[in-house]
Design a protein around this ligand. Structure first.
Ligand SMILES: Nc1nc2c(ncn2[C@@H]2O[C@H](COP(=O)(O)OP(=O)(O)OP(=O)(O)O)[C@@H](O)[C@H]2O)c(=O)[nH]1
Ligand SMILES: [Mg+2]
Length: 314
């Protein structure tokens, strides 16, 4: 549909502008590097040591991570065999890393999505943006305020719910978050609302009791609707870089994380962390946040990401 295509272009432009700081640091240097390596006389010949080292340094400084960088360098090392350009090899390997991390999105009615993560990564904002996105796609979402821990958290979420024009299920401060999740899932079923988007309190992955609370939320959701929560999305702050990987591992072992929302991509030159996440965690990135506004959430597309980062910029 032409409308869809226009939308995709809009998303791509916003991804590209969200990645501006990364692009300034990475894409131009990458262009210069492949410009030298992909000349007609050098094309198809093995990569020389200097080029390999420059590429390694560039990927590490973009926060692609050691393990993913090694994998990319190995692929590049086989260039003589494949006769491909350096640009194409790097792009293909990064696409393959994202493809290896991909998995189908489980579905249900209502579709229950739990949003988790450490403090301040952008969970509440993401719930508001997701509600807005779902509405714009013709869905009828329901927001669940399960951050009953921090005073004012529920009011903050209410503002987002109002902005998105979406109903919210809330309870009193200090109440059991699992109970409000139960209520929201039941209300979603009864009122035909989907997705049910659950905001949870920020918690440090090292605090066992708070992590147990997440486990309980998941169990109670499953009691209200078997198979739910269908998605558990961990919100990671891109500016935190590699530390986010440790957080995600802990959340995954307790709450069965199914995917990642990478926020604040607009505020970092290290947008390569998306590759490290996919490679090291084998978790798909579902959405990226590129600003504080309600429209600043983009469904993640590996192809668009690779194009935005590694296509010719001049
Ligand atoms: N630049 C930018 N800022 C963001 C993005 N997402 C969230 N923020 C900002 O990050 C800050 C924290 O956002 P919240 O949504 O309150 O974070 P939270 O994870 O709910 O925080 P807690 O509930 O305290 O754990 C706010 O100032 C948001 O505007 C993003 O994609 N880009
Ligand atoms: Mg919050």
């Amino acid at each position: 549909m032409p409308g869809d295509r226009l939308d995709r272009m809009g998303f791509f432009d916003r991804l590209k502008s969200g990645l501006t700081r990364t692009t300034e640091q990475i894409a131009r240097r990458f262009d210069a590097l492949v410009g030298q390596a992909d000349t007609p006389e050098r094309r198809g010949r093995p990569i020389d040591v200097d080029t390999a080292e420059a590429l390694e340094e560039l990927l590490i400084s973009a926060d692609v991570g050691v393990a993913a960088t090694d994998r990319i360098l190995k692929a590049v090392g086989s260039r003589a065999r494949h006769g491909e350009s350096l640009r194409a090899l790097v792009q293909a390997e990064i696409r393959a890393i994202f493809a290896d991390a991909d998995r189908p999105v489980p579905t249900g009615t209502p579709h229950v999505v739990l949003i988790v993560g450490v403090n301040g990564t952008g969970k509440t904002t993401t719930v508001g943006k997701l509600a807005n996105l779902a509405r714009s796609q013709g869905q009828q979402p329901l927001i669940c305020a399960a951050d009953t821990f921090r005073a004012a958290a529920v009011d903050q979420l209410q503002i987002w719910a109002d902005r998105a024009g979406v109903e919210m299920i809330r309870t009193r401060d200090g109440a059991d978050p699992a109970a409000v999740v139960y209520d929201a899932v039941v209300a979603g079923s009864a009122r035909g609302r989907s997705p049910v988007l659950v905001d949870t309190a920020g918690r440090l992955h090292t605090r066992a009791n708070l992590m147990q609370e997440l486990d309980k939320i998941c169990r109670v959701a499953a009691r209200a609707l078997p198979g739910s929560p269908h998605e558990v999305l961990i919100v990671l702050d891109a500016t935190v870089g590699q530390n986010g990987l440790t957080q995600a591992r802990e959340f995954t072992s307790v709450a069965g994380v199914t995917g990642v929302v990478l926020t604040k991509l607009d505020g970092t030159a290290k947008g390569g962390v998306a590759v490290a996440i996919a490679h090291d965690l084998k978790l798909p990135i579902r959405f990226v946040g590129v600003g504080e506004g309600i429209d600043d959430l983009i469904p993640f597309s590996p192809d668009e990401y690779v194009t935005a980062l590694f296509e010719e910029t001049w």
